[in-house]
Each structure stands twice: as structure tokens, then as C-alpha cells.
Design a protein around this ligand. Sequence first.
Ligand code: ASP
Length: 441
Amino acid sequence: MKKLALHWKIIIGMVLGIIFGFIMNTVDGGKGFVTDWIAPFGTIFINLLKLIAVPLILASLIKGISDLKDISKIKSMGLRTIGIYIATTLVAIVIGLSIVNIVKPGNGMPQETIEKIKLKYENDAGVTDKLMKASAQKEAGPLQALVDIFPSNIFKSFAEASMLQVIFFAIFVGICLLLIGDKKAKPLVKFFDSLNEVVMKMVDLIMLFAPYAVFALLANVIIAFDDVEILIKLLYYAFCVVGGLILMIGFYLLLVSVYTKKSPMWFLKQISPAQLLAFSTSSSAATLPVTMERVEEHLGVDKEVSGFVLPVGATVNMDGTSLYQGIAAVFIMQVIWPEGLTFTNQLVIVLTALLASIGSAAVPSAGMVMLVIVLESIGFPAELLPIGLALIFAVDRPLDMCRTVVNVTGDATVSMIVAKSLDKLHDPKPKEWDDNYDAVK
Ligand code: ASP
């Protein structure tokens, strides 16, 4: 019998998880059951993915750079990657701002709905937490983000999974391996090559558990929804964000087909397990190992490109997040601060949403923290901030799930483009978890 493709298994797990969550929402003690007995399996899965992220970046980037055999290629790969990332993010923000200005989802929201949302969420722990995190972020100096790339203790960077620091270290080691010559570099290169294979195999094994894990993750998301009435009131705004995100996916497919001449459907099929996990976990960082596996083994991008472009992208390239920030900022203004809706302010939003998406952590709901900074940059009144966040809080989680899919798809698209431009895109050679199983069982 033909095996069911992984993405179908994951989709089935997701649908069952959603149905189960809804059922548990109606059953007495159902929520507690999901929290105590189902959700931990989702957490185990995310922990396993995070566990392998650092060794994977380290191994694939060091091996990849030492394979490049040419330091100047690192520079051109770096410049191209950053340039394309900035360009796609700008496209995302412009799409977001255009939609929100044309559709105007915030105009005409009844005062009574605003009051209701205010009452329910203004002092919610989630909202207060985002405001506190944003003010901590703001206190850092202008060059702090740059300083943060350079680690003083690499073991601390590993322990905290500071992605950019690990990338810096891996590139540094890779360059030095090139500089000491083949003979001396060989043992370490072989070590990292082997480590890379091991971690990739770990991804295959962890993914066997994915259909069950997404069941747990989605059931847990569904039990958190309690006020359906408010959700419905925000549907107009939510549709704007989702519509923009779909346009963005269309833009990526166009780029892939025009530039790499690959079929968009083929691209989507190969990358879909990573997209589904992005949706289920709301975290590009947790999805990273799967994105790397899909891009290398199923899209055919060489390690030296994917090992650099994807981890950097997970941290700095968040097109979905910036599109959302543009729409959310203007939506909030339409509802509670219409006098701030000037053309200049929208231009400032383009710039700050670009910087904010670079600065957002690749974890659930980080985009909302940085939204505070976007709003503050246009002089949004501080006393209205909690109400602003309260307005969009109820639908943040589902939108976070959707924007994370776009963030991950954007990274995969750019890695295809950079690989093609450097002649590092080849026919993929997918590996299965049990390729050598018969020999060792
Ligand atoms: N959850 C998103 C990510 O990990 C970030 C965000 O928009 O909140 O990519």
C-alpha cells in the first residue's frame, strides 16, 4: 500500500486536534484534561525541535562554508541574502498597508464593542506582558542589536540558543577552516559533516511524531478561545491580515517560478510539512530544523546556502509579521486614534515595521511586542496603548499562526533564489528515516 505523505498525516492530526479541542471546550473538565494530559505532548515535540536547532546550524554552516572553498563567496551570499530579505519585507509592508487603507476594517466599529473589548482585555496579563517586554526592548541603545551578534561565551550562546551568535561563531570557524588549508581542516570538517547527517536523521525521526504533536498543539490552542462574540467582531480585521498573507504567498510562488523555473505546486508540496508546523507551533525558531531539512533534502538547496540563509531568516526575515504589524497599527488607529492617520505616519510605519520584524524574536506572539514599538514611533498616545493591544489581542494567536507560515515560506523562497543565483540549486535527494534501518535492526 502506498504510504500516506507526511503532510497529509500532519493535516489529519491538525483537523482532529481542532475537533477534539472544540469538543473538550464543551465538556465539563475538558479544558483541564487537555492542559494536563494532551498539551505536554506538544511541548515535548517543540522541545525536541529546539534541542537540535543549535547543533544543526553549527554543523551545516561550518561544513557548508568549508565546502565553499572561496571566502569571497561568503560575502556575496551574505549581501544577496540581506538585500533580498529587506526587499521582500518591504513588499509585505506595502501589501499590508494598501489592504488596510482600502478596506478600512477599523472604521465604524461600534463604541459598545470597543468598550467590551477594553473591559475584557485592557488589563489582561497577556497585554501587560507585551507592554513590559516592549519597554525593556526600547531601553537598549541603537547599536545593541549589533553588539548582540558577537558572543563573549559561546557556551552561553548555545545554552540560550542565540541564533545570530551561533551563526557568527559557525561562520568564524568555517572561515578559519578554509584558511588553515585542507589537510589540517579535514578532521574537523569530517566531524561536522557527520554531525550534520546525524542531526538531519534526528529531524526525520522527530517528524514521525509530528502528526500526534500537532493534534496536541491545536487542541491546546482551541481551548484558549472563549469569547467567540469578540472573535466575530474582529473577523473583518482578521480577514485583511489573512488576505494579505495569502497575497504574500502568491508573491513567493511567482518569485520561485520566474527565477528558479520550478513549479509553484512542487515547491509548496515539498515545503508543506514546515508550513504546517509553523502554523501549529507559531514559532519560526522551533520550525527551523524542519525548514532546513525540507529545503536541503526536498528542494535541493546546497547546505552552504540553506545553513546560512535559513537561520538568519528565522531571526531577521519576518514578512508575515511585518505585514501584520502594518495592518494592525493602522487598524488600531482607525478605531481609537484616527487623527494619527497621516501619510507621514504611514511612511514611518514602513520603516519601523521593517526594523521591528528584524528585531522580533522567532517565538509566538513576538510580533505583537514589536507592534508596540511601531506604534510608539508614530507618537501613538501612551495611555491608549493598552486599549490598542486589547483590540487585537483576541485574534492574535490565530493570526500569529498564519503569519509564521508566511515567515517560514519567505525564508525558504529566499534560500531558493540565493541558491539559484550562486549555482547551488540541484536536484533534491530526499532521505527517509529508515534508509539504513534494515542493516541495523
Ligand atoms: N510567531 C512569529 C514567528 O515565530 C513571530 C510573530 O509574528 O509573532 O515567526
